[in-house]
Design a protein around this ligand. Structure first.
Ligand code: FAD
Length: 315
């Protein structure tokens, strides 16, 4: 069975959930091999989780020479691994960095690239949702080693033991790949809430909040959820762009999505319509969001959300 390379997205050796989703998808297509670019300590921290989600091999690429540079060295490292292993496919998490690594890799190995897949079949056929969710496209790479970037929350990570054999890989990175360097990076201040794109529950607020996100945050905290927002709320300066969900924001696909004071414009739907259960709170019973929901509450979010929060907290 051919290997399927998964580029591991990790923070200091903590493997992100979207990477575990990729391992689950890779298992359908062949033998998942995780590629960890990092220090030996980071590889050690990542190994147990990668193995318990099906990684048969773990390629450890020491990043001491390339740490601090932007994405080009990662693409060169992957290129050398692809040449060494001839995998059935390379899977990468869709994100700003992931898509750039994938694009650079595709050029280097002269292969077809598909970005923003929401599903991948055993045969490597991908599903994409395009034009703000108006069309579903099925596509397959027909030239070279398929390189596929997959959106977070596209699969449920399945625990299944792999062999987890760690192999050190030394890669040589050209001077050309070291032309852009990170000069400073600051970790995001933690809110104690889950990362928006990975959260199982999201509570999002829109213009209907009138700028007061306290009821949204209160409900989110009672549910252990992430907070999201519509563009109208972001454009009004009430909340940072990193919280925006939709066509020009983030895509989320949680188990439960609660939209409060959001009308349900097509550009907003594009970022949340694949959520498993959708609940809306809106004072206008004609709001388009109600066409999409599993449960709807017609009412003022300023009273509905605190009442729901109190009930949940009582339990
Ligand atoms: P509105 O459409 O103004 O809706 C507010 C809703 O709140 C109304 O339905 C109202 O009935 C309800 N309401 C008011 N007060 C209360 C209350 N007290 N309690 C309960 N309900 C109340 N939008 C996005 O969200 N994400 C994107 O990524 C995005 N990208 C875009 C890209 C392009 C190119 C364009 C053109 C637009 C984009 N938009 C995006 C904007 C989008 O078209 C809408 O303008 C936006 O989603 C509207 O946000 P909203 O639903 O919060 O506001």
């Amino acid at each position: 069975m051919s290997e399927v390379l998964v580029l591991v997205d990790h923070v200091g050796g903590n493997v992100t959930k979207p990477t575990l989703e990729l391992l689950t998808l890779a298992k359908r297509m062949g033998e998942p091999s995780a590629v960890v670019i990092g220090s030996s300590d980071e590889v050690s921290s990542a190994t147990e989780k990668l193995t318990s989600f099906g990684a048969e091999k773990i390629y450890a690429v020491d990043d001491s020479e390339i740490k601090g540079y932007l994405v080009a060295p990662k693409a060169e490292a992957l290129q050398q691994l692809v040449e060494k292993t001839s995998p059935a496919a390379v899977l990468i998490v869709s994100g700003i960095e992931g898509k750039e690594v994938a694009g650079r890799l595709a050029i280097k190995i002269d292969s077809g690239l598909i970005t923003d897949a929401v599903d991948v079949s055993a045969e490597g056929e991908t599903t994409q949702s395009v034009f703000a969710g108006g069309y579903t496209v099925n596509a397959k790479v027909t030239h070279g080693t398929p390189i596929i970037t997959v959106k977070p929350n596209s699969a449920n990570p399945e625990q299944t033991a792999g062999a987890g054999a760690v192999e050190q890989v030394s890669v040589t990175v050209s001077d050309a790949a070291k032309k852009a360097q990170i000069v400073a990076s600051e970790p995001k201040k933690s809110t104690g809430r889950p990362e928006l794109t990975e959260a199982a529950t999201v509570v999002a607020g829109g213009r209907g909040t009138g700028g007061d996100f306290a009821p949204i945050e209160g409900l989110a905290d009672s549910l252990g959820a992430a907070v999201g927002a519509s563009r109208a709320a972001v454009d009004s300066g009430w909340i940072a762009h990193s919280f925006q969900i939709g066509q020009t924001g983030k895509t989320v696909s949680p188990q439960l999505y609660i939209a409060a004071g959001i009308s349900g414009a097509i550009q907003h739907r594009a970022g949340m319509q694949t959520s498993k259960t959708i609940v809306a709170v809106n004072k206008d019973e004609e709001a388009p969001i109600f066409e999409l929901v599993d449960f709807g509450v017609v009412g003022d979010l300023g009273s509905v959300l605190p009442a729901a929060t109190d009930k949940i907290t009582e339990r």
